[in-house]
Design a protein around this ligand. Structure first.
Ligand SMILES: Cc1cc2nc3c(=O)[nH]c(=O)nc-3n(C[C@H](O)[C@H](O)[C@H](O)COP(=O)(O)OP(=O)(O)OC[C@H]3O[C@@H](n4cnc5c(N)ncnc54)[C@H](O)[C@@H]3O)c2cc1C
Length: 492
């Protein structure tokens, strides 16, 4: 464990002796239940002051849907605190100025759930320089420093990380009765207003529990997750990612639910496999959180140095066609349109469109990651960078660079009747199932056609594009090994 992490480990004794109040700095833990930061703040019957800082860094049109979702989560938390005689105190501005000031004025140490992105770590270091900031676990089940190889380094291969993760003893999810917490009265200090906006989907802890319970109930998608999870034409996954990312449900609770189900003797073999598969997706999330902690540069740089200098295409037109969902590949376009409209797409769709951008259009994965962060309600730096680098073949335990998704075959396999495509690409509603993923082959298309009922022809031929990508990645690899092989010039 490095000095930085050691300094951030919660030290309740120190804080307890110095104050009868504590600030619960709410960040990505928008929940009252199963919350370690809240529990730590409330120890010793301290008066807990829940504070959220609206950091201008996270506002703006780029992430409008995410901001709306966050706002509705804040509303929901405020309303829950209201039932307990308190409120969420909102302050707008730079957290590294606001928090130390509040801490001094209230004579209260600060408790917060630790976050691992480079920005969060810088911000917390700044706050910690001038205030008693105590960081507490909860974003993941295990801290990135807890899952290390025998040599003491981070895991770079997911399956090994998962094996270690599964052998470590877990703490039970915190079960603190919110009624027992001594929350501050509403007049303890002023609060800025919460931004009220109509949003969809609805955020908040209650909604998160509804989504979770629907998913894990007997008729929910969990029990067939093992075989159906890659289908994009139905509700085959939990849809929990936006709630998980804002901590409206705790990852510890989700893992506990999955483990409880696994110890349930009533599950069939395939049902147990389904639950196990879902658990391993939750562990993927932890793997990526750990990766961003150990490899903060991966936000900007390919984790495989040999792919850092690929001769990327600079075509703005191609990038825009991809963003707008007008590439001429139905499954890609359906997904990109859903992304813009709803701010969420299925994991399979994320892989298909990411592969298309990077391999078929040969556009830098960073452009795609940026667009996703603008659009996704569940936008999460760690999972997003991990997913993009995985698909591009540039990341930790990534798909090999020569694995290129074929958008036609992916469509046929995971949207076999074209239901998903028809929903998002209305131009193709009249196209027969047979041609729904290859509309350019439809008999109604003649050599004179300029479009297929207003739908474009493919922007690029997949076979050609695949080879072009393999060549570009290959050249980058060769150049990189040449630089390594070159004898170093030794100065006299
Ligand atoms: C290019 C790309 C970008 C991505 N960007 C994000 C992002 O910004 N935010 C985000 O939360 N996820 C991201 N993912 C991961 C994944 O696509 C979503 O977490 C998943 O689709 C969310 O749907 P769900 O909640 O129904 O998942 P479920 O299948 O129900 O899985 C449950 C939970 O496990 C986690 N999980 C599942 N799959 C993955 C995965 N491959 N990597 C990491 N965690 C996973 C999520 O927290 C998810 O909510 C990305 C994947 C790719 C390929």
């Amino acid at each position: 464990m490095d000095a930085n992490s050691l300094a951030t480990i919660v030290d309740n004794r120190r804080s307890l002796s110095s104050s009868r109040r504590a600030i619960w700095w709410v960040r990505r833990d928008l929940r009252i239940n199963n919350n370690r930061a809240l529990e730590a703040a409330s120890l010793g019957r301290r008066v807990v002051i829940p504070v959220f800082v609206l950091d201008p860094r996270f506002e703006g049109p780029e992430s409008e849907k995410r901001t709306h979702f966050l706002n509705s989560g804040l509303e929901s938390l405020n309303s829950d605190l209201g039932k307990l005689g308190s409120r969420l105190f909102v302050k707008s501005g730079d957290p590294s100025l606001i928090l130390p000031e509040l801490s001094r004025a209230l004579n209260a140490p600060i408790f917060a759930e630790e976050d691992f992105t480079p920005y969060a770590r810088r911000r917390d270091r700044d706050v910690g320089l001038s205030a008693d900031l105590n960081l507490v676990g909860g974003l993941t089940v295990f801290h990135p420093e807890e899952i290390l190889t025998d040599q003491g380094g981070p895991y770079k291969v997911y399956s090994r990380y998962r094996n270690k993760w599964q052998t470590l003893p877990r703490q039970a999810a915190i079960d603190l009765d919110p009624e027992s917490v001594n929350f501050a009265a509403t007049d303890i200090m002023e609060s800025d207003d919460l931004a009220k906006k109509v949003i969809s989907p609805q955020g908040g802890e209650h909604q998160a529990m509804k989504v979770l319970n629907r998913f894990i109930s007997g008729s929910g998608a969990l029990l067939s997750y093992g075989k159906d999870r890659s289908r994009v034409d139905g509700n085959t996954t939990s849809g929990l990612s936006p709630y998980i990312n804002f901590g409206m449900v705790s990852s510890e609770l989700l893992v506990e639910k999955a483990s409880d189900l696994l110890s349930d003797q009533g599950l069939s073999g395939s049902e147990s496999t389904s639950v196990r598969t879902w658990l391993s997706e939750l562990i993927w999330r932890e793997f990526y959180q750990s990766a961003i902690y150990h490899f903060p540069d991966s936000i900007e740089k390919s984790l495989r140095p040999e792919f850092e200098h690929i001769d990327w295409s600079e075509s703005v037109d191609d990038l825009e066609l991809w963003q707008q969902g007008s590439t001429g590949y139905p499954i890609v376009d359906a997904a990109m349109r859903q992304l813009s409209s709803e701010g969420w797409i299925h994991n399979r769709c994320r892989m298909i469109v990411a592969s298309f951008l990077v391999k078929d259009l040969l556009i830098d994965w960073r452009q795609g990651a940026l667009w996703f962060m603008k659009k996704l309600i569940d936008g999460d730096t760690a999972a997003n960078i991990g997913g993009w680098q995985w698909t591009a073949g540039t990341g930790l335990d990534a798909a090999p660079y020569f694995r290129v998704f074929n958008p036609v075959l992916q469509g046929k396999k995971f949207d076999p009747n074209g239901e998903y495509v028809r929903k998002w690409v209305p131009e193709l509603r009249g196209v027969a199932d047979r041609y729904i993923h290859v509309p350019w082959e439809s008999p109604s298309v003649t050599s004179n056609s300029s479009s297929i009922d207003g739908y474009p022809f493919p922007v690029v031929d997949h076979r050609f594009a695949r080879q072009r990508a393999l060549d570009a990645f290959g050249v980058a690899r060769t150049k990189y090994s040449d630089t390594l092989a070159k004898p170093k010039h030794v100065a006299n």
